[in-house]
Write a new protein. Structure first.
Length: 94
């Protein structure tokens, strides 16, 4: 069991809450593939896990990939002030 797996399992058992894993930033230049890989690995750890993704989608192809991944919860663009709230509400940032 990896240390990340232990953290996630302890977090869920301790508070009965699924940890919030977030990505905030650019979604281009192939980054969508890495985000999808991370989200799918999170889902392998626990079927309730998902990756919350905040940012702008540059085109329809990437929108289809990101929004088509069941392991990703796409939240869209957020302002600087909202970024601070997302960070505070996240257990892990990618």
């Amino acid at each position: 069991m990896t240390s990340a797996t232990k953290i996630f399992k302890n977090q869920k058992n301790k508070k009965n809450k699924i940890p919030v894993v977030s990505y905030i930033g650019n979604i281009s230049n192939g980054r969508e593939k890495g985000l999808i890989d991370i989200a799918e690995k999170l889902r392998e750890l626990n079927e309730d896990f998902s990756l919350e993704v905040y940012g702008k989608l540059p085109n329809k192809k990437i929108r289809k990939l990101i929004c088509g991944c069941d392991s990703i919860s796409f939240k869209g663009f957020v302002s600087y002030d909202e970024v601070q709230k997302v960070i505070q509400n996240s257990d892990l940032l990618v």
